[in-house]
Design a protein around this ligand. Sequence first.
Ligand SMILES: NC(=O)c1ccc[n+]([C@@H]2O[C@H](COP(=O)([O-])OP(=O)(O)OC[C@H]3O[C@@H](n4cnc5c(N)ncnc54)[C@H](O)[C@@H]3O)[C@@H](O)[C@H]2O)c1
Length: 248
Amino acid sequence: MSNQEPVAVITGGAGDIGKEAARMLGSHGCSVVIADYNPSAGTAVEKELKDSGFNVLFIKTDLLKQNDIINLFSETVEQYNKIDILVNCAGISSRTPVQDITFEEWDTVLNINLRASFFCSQYALKYMVPRKSGCIINIASAAGKIGGVAVGAHYSSSKAAIICLTKSLALFGAPHNIRVNCVCPGPIATAMTDEWGKETNTSFIQKIPLKRYGTPTEVAEVIWFLSSDKAAYITGETVDVNGGLVMD
Ligand SMILES: NC(=O)c1ccc[n+]([C@@H]2O[C@H](COP(=O)([O-])OP(=O)(O)OC[C@H]3O[C@@H](n4cnc5c(N)ncnc54)[C@H](O)[C@@H]3O)[C@@H](O)[C@H]2O)c1
């Protein structure tokens, strides 16, 4: 395997946004590792992107399991010798109202959205730090800035924490020439927003200044920009992709 092209690991790479991020990074010459716990979706995305001529590897990974996270990064390095880019994109959302959130559901949402983003970063950094090179991109949500409108308090709390995690990791990574940034999407036209139903979507879109949902490709463009040398002086930053829904 050539050591020239950047190697990117994308968690949740079988999902709507993760898949577009994989396609975007692949189209810019990256070798892409898709980590997802859904084997049928993961192998389908792997095949689709390979058929498009990209260098893609699917590694089945349950981010709730520490051994799966360890295996994801050791297998990536075994295959490609290095990791240049980590995109922490896996996430689950939930609309459970405050009174009905159980301890178990709180832990599941926080552990997939937040804990896994931290530990994937920790393991990726083990390989990035000695090379003094790398970048990490976390995916938060507008809900992490304004609270959940269509999503639960556990989801929005996990996304708020990801914004702060980004800054902490950026401070850690900077002396090692490693940048860490965050993309903060508003509602994006995906299976997640489909699930909200027509009524919620119609009224939500009215609140968005650009009067539409974003697309996974529009999020992937920002992921690509942040991972590229064009963003060489940007770290610890959170970039909104939300049609003007939140301006801060
Ligand atoms: N869709 C939106 O409107 C929107 C808005 C803001 C933020 N986001 C965030 O963007 C990211 C991607 O969202 P999406 O809409 O593409 O969602 P999606 O459900 O299509 O993709 C999420 C992926 O994560 C994977 N995943 C879930 N739990 C996992 C686990 N334990 N181990 C490994 N993989 C696991 C799923 O299999 C899925 O492929 C998420 O972090 C989400 O919170 C989405």
